[in-house]
Ligand binder design. Structure first.
Ligand code: ZN
Length: 285
């Protein structure tokens, strides 16, 4: 797939046992460290780090043009992506592994349980970036943009850049995340609230939110239901669920065939599953 903002190409691969172990152990660490409050910003930062690790294992970033830099880009490159590109890549991985349709479970206050499906292709098509007319790339600072204000001479100018995954990580670990993001990404001659707000509006249309709320209506009582989608958590939860029985699978294969743990971990997840299914079926005969 091609990422909407950077134009970089991403390709994906199936997980093996080493990836599954890293995902499960990352998840265990995440919940141990954040037992007090799973919704705290520190917990979100830990989730983001696990998602970076998952992508750097299972996805590869390349320049779209066939130049010699067609070689894979390093892991740290994920940190330099915008949040829009990063979450698009995560959803691309999710679609590659489990398909385009995502099922969300919502629970109403009246206790009714509802399932809502959404399509990844559709969600990504809603988050297409666009450049507002008053914005142009900054000639003197690569990667920054200029927002045209009425009176440039009188200090009425604003330049900004799009927040990256690294900015998001810093912000989540700061006591004042919004102020920190604005400080890092917005530079203004006259740093008024209005200048910041118009830069933020431009940033939102150039790097739209992928993690949007999912809406539904309760079939039993008609109440409106909303759930905030959080793409990194969604994708990590599914990856971990598909890896959850790996210790049992490795145990069954090692006990039956006496293969080394390293050889079993190197297998793609699908092959490990196929062997452990065969062992289970032979045992139940
Ligand atoms: Zn209801």
């Amino acid at each position: 797939m091609r990422l909407p903002i950077s134009g970089l190409e991403v390709s994906f691969r199936l997980p093996n046992g080493h990836d599954d172990l890293a995902l499960l152990e990352g998840g265990a660490r995440e919940s141990r460290n954040n037992r007090a409050d799973l919704r705290s910003s520190e917990a979100q930062a830990a989730t983001l780090e696990c998602a970076i690790d998952a992508l750097s294992r299972l996805a590869e970033l390349r320049h779209a043009s066939g130049e010699s830099s067609g070689a894979a880009i390093k892991m740290s490159a994920w940190l330099t992506l915008t949040i829009t590109d990063f979450e698009s890549a995560l959803l691309g991985l999710r679609a590659f592994l489990f398909g385009d349709t995502v099922r969300c479970v919502l629970r109403c206050a009246c206790t009714e349980r509802m399932e809502i499906d959404f399509s990844i292709t559709h969600l990504l098509s809603e988050a297409r970036p666009g450049m507002p007319g008053r914005v142009q790339p900054c000639a003197t600072r690569p990667g920054w943009f200029e927002l045209n204000q009425k009176d440039h001479q009188a200090g009425d100018w604003t330049i900004f850049r799009l927040p990256t995954v690294a900015d998001q990580l810093f912000a989540l670990r700061s006591p004042k995340p919004y102020e920190l993001l604005a400080e890092r990404c917005i530079d203004s001659g006259r740093p008024t609230r209005r200048a910041t707000a118009s830069a933020e509006r431009a940033m939102e249309s150039m790097s739209p939110t992928v993690s949007c709320p999912i809406h539904g209506v309760c079939a039993a009582c008609g109440a409106a239901l909303n759930r905030q989608l959080h793409v990194p958590s969604l994708v990590l939860d599914e990856l971990r669920a598909s890896a959850a029985s790996m210790h049992d699978e490795v145990h069954a294969i090692a006990a039956t065939y006496h293969w080394e743990e390293s050889a079993i971990l190197a297998m793609p997840q699908v092959r490990r599953l196929a062997y452990s299914d065969a062992i289970r079926q032979a045992g139940s005969r």
